[in-house]
Design a protein around this ligand. Structure first.
Ligand code: C2E
Ligand code: MG
Ligand code: MG
Length: 248
């Protein structure tokens, strides 16, 4: 198992603000296996517990190295599976790992999908509240694809909505997707939530998002998920070449 990191880019400042840790399984015979395939199996078998702990340790330790190298406000975003999120010991475990690596809680962002959030609403609210009280930022991943009721947005103490790639990928060809994306951004702003667009692959999409006031993007246009050593290089490249968005 290994982790790769996909930058989150502030298109207004032309700056990497964070990175999402994404797991990879390089199987000796089968090659690279997608997390979409093996995370559900790891959940069923219980393997997700040791794997999830390893992910948290590795990604938090990596972020601490970037912080120590001078990227003090870089966020590390880590995905939590259903079993991990519903573990009553989650908050204690995360606090212990943060403490072990001496990473401030405000450098950490945890992502749960809408469908994970909806499994047990009361537990979700309790867990999110404890994590938020610990100073950790929380995001709702794949927003718009699950079956969460909008009324829960008021009750879940989340900071960020991540617009799912399925809405972004056909911009500008699909006018419905443009309307939906613009509406999610507007709603997030009204609710005072940050909004991140996933799966941004083209300059047209960057421009559309910018025009609709979504300034944090993640996607192949800026970078595929990369090895940890590549992130500081890309950080510098973006910093040194302002307006990469319009220069490509
Ligand atoms: P996610 O959390 O929504 O992660 C975003 C996925 O979109 C990643 O796929 C990423 O490589 C892909 N992506 C990002 N930008 C683009 C783009 O511009 N174009 C295209 N075509 N794809 C893009 P990946 O790494 O295969 O992960 C898939 C899903 O597996 C993740 O979706 C997440 O739900 C889960 N996952 C990945 N790593 C972990 C992990 O460490 N723990 C847990 N629990 N789940 C993970
Ligand atoms: Mg995610
Ligand atoms: Mg997503």
């Amino acid at each position: 198992l290994s982790l790769v990191y996909q930058p989150l880019v502030d298109i207004k400042l032309n700056k990497i603000t964070g990175a999402e840790a994404l797991i990879r399984w390089n199987h000796p015979e089968l090659g690279i296996i997608s997390p979409l395939e093996f995370i559900p199996i790891a959940e069923e078998t219980g393997m997700i517990n040791p794997i999830g702990q390893w992910i948290l340790h590795t990604a938090i330790g990596q972020c601490k190295q970037w912080v120590d190298a001078g990227h003090t406000d870089l966020l590390i975003a880590i995905n939590l599976s259903a079993v991990q999120f519903n573990n009553p010991l989650l908050v204690t475990m995360i606090n212990t790992i943060l403490h072990e690596h001496q990473l401030p809680a405000d450098n950490l962002e945890l992502e749960i999908t809408e469908s994970v959030a909806m499994i047990n609403i009361d537990l979700t609210i309790k867990q999110l509240k404890s994590l938020a009280d610990a100073g950790i930022r929380l995001s709702l991943d794949d927003f718009g694809t699950g079956y969460s009721s909008l009324s829960y947005l008021k009750r879940f103490p989340v900071d960020i909505l991540k617009i799912d790639r399925s809405f972004v990928k056909d911009i500008p060809a699909d006018s419905n997707d443009m309307e939906i994306t613009a509406a999610i951004i507007a709603m997030a702003q009204k609710l005072k939530l940050d909004v991140v667009a996933e799966g941004v692959e083209t300059i047209e999409q960057v421009e559309f998002l910018q025009n609709n006031n979504c300034y944090i993007v993640q996607g192949f246009y800026y970078s595929k998920p990369i090895a940890e050593s590549e992130l500081p290089k890309l950080y510098k490249k973006l910093n040194d070449a302002p307006n990469i968005a319009s220069s490509k």
